[in-house]
Design a protein around this ligand. Structure first.
Ligand code: SAH
Length: 231
């Protein structure tokens, strides 16, 4: 069975959005994955379809209600659903390529998009939501973060990427940032392509790329180095 994504959001019209275009969009059309965007307001109980309320303890903004979110989650993901339930959240674990790979190997994901100040902690606890962050900054809602997560996952699904090899040689896959790329023209504004790349010597090219990857990672992301796989 193909990867099944269910997104719970106040803005279902934001989906598929970018996920309906290019690689992910073609894969969606081909049935390599599926996407359902559910309106959380459909699970509200009052005439105004209210999903939020003022924060206990006071303070600015509004908080999404636990009871309404739980109803939306339970409808999207019954007890026997083995898909992980994810809450996009700046308080979550930073998303990594490793988590992306694991998700791509699984049955799919139920992704809850927060709005306002966030969601009542009790629904996170009671429904065992896995909180995932896409970076140390605040977005106005979880939808764009869900796009990031699903885009990263979908491109790894079997049959989605034309050249399967390109999925395993990229930044982060070996614990390193990728080497730089060059293509034609041979000379651009007086700058030549590094000679080794046009030498045809594949062992030399691989060694050069590895050295460049290590140099760039050391300069920019020394925190990644401890994780690098020795080749
Ligand atoms: N008051 C919260 C921020 C709320 S932003 C705080 O300070 O932590 C509103 C919603 O946007 C969040 O509930 C979450 O779903 C989403 N969001 C914002 N930034 C995010 C990030 N870096 N990663 C993932 N989701 C994010």
């Amino acid at each position: 069975m193909s990867f099944r994504a269910t997104v719970l959001t106040l803005y279902p019209e934001m989906f598929p959005g970018t996920l309906g275009i290019s690689l992910a969009g073609k894969a969606l059309e081909a049935g390599l994955w599926s996407l359902e965007a559910t309106q959380i307001r459909d699970f509200a109980t009052d005439r105004h379809r209210t999903v939020d309320d003022t924060p206990a303890g006071g303070g600015a903004g509004m908080v999404m209600r636990a009871d309404i979110l739980a109803r939306a989650i339970d409808a999207a993901s019954p007890q026997n659903d083995t898909r992980p339930r994810i809450l996009m959240s700046p308080r979550g674990k930073p998303l990594t390529q490793r988590r992306v790979r694991d998700l791509a190997a699984g049955p799919g994901a139920v992704v809850l998009c927060g709005r306002f100040e966030g969601v009542d902690q009790r629904v996170i606890d009671a429904r065992q939501l896995e909180e995932i962050s896409v970076g140390d900054y605040i977005l106005s809602g979880g939808e764009v973060a869900a796009h990031v997560l699903l885009d990263a996952v979908v491109r790894l699904l079997p049959g989605v990427m034309g050249n399967e090899a390109s999925g395993t040689e990229e930044s982060f896959e070996g614990g390193l940032l990728e080497h730089p790329h060059y293509t034609r023209p041979q000379e651009f504004e007086g700058l030549a392509i590094p000679e080794v790349l046009t030498s045809g010597n594949h062992a030399k090219i691989a060694a050069w790329r590895r050295a460049e990857a290590e140099r760039t990672t050391t300069e920019r992301r020394p925190d990644l180095l401890g994780q690098a796989v020795q080749k």
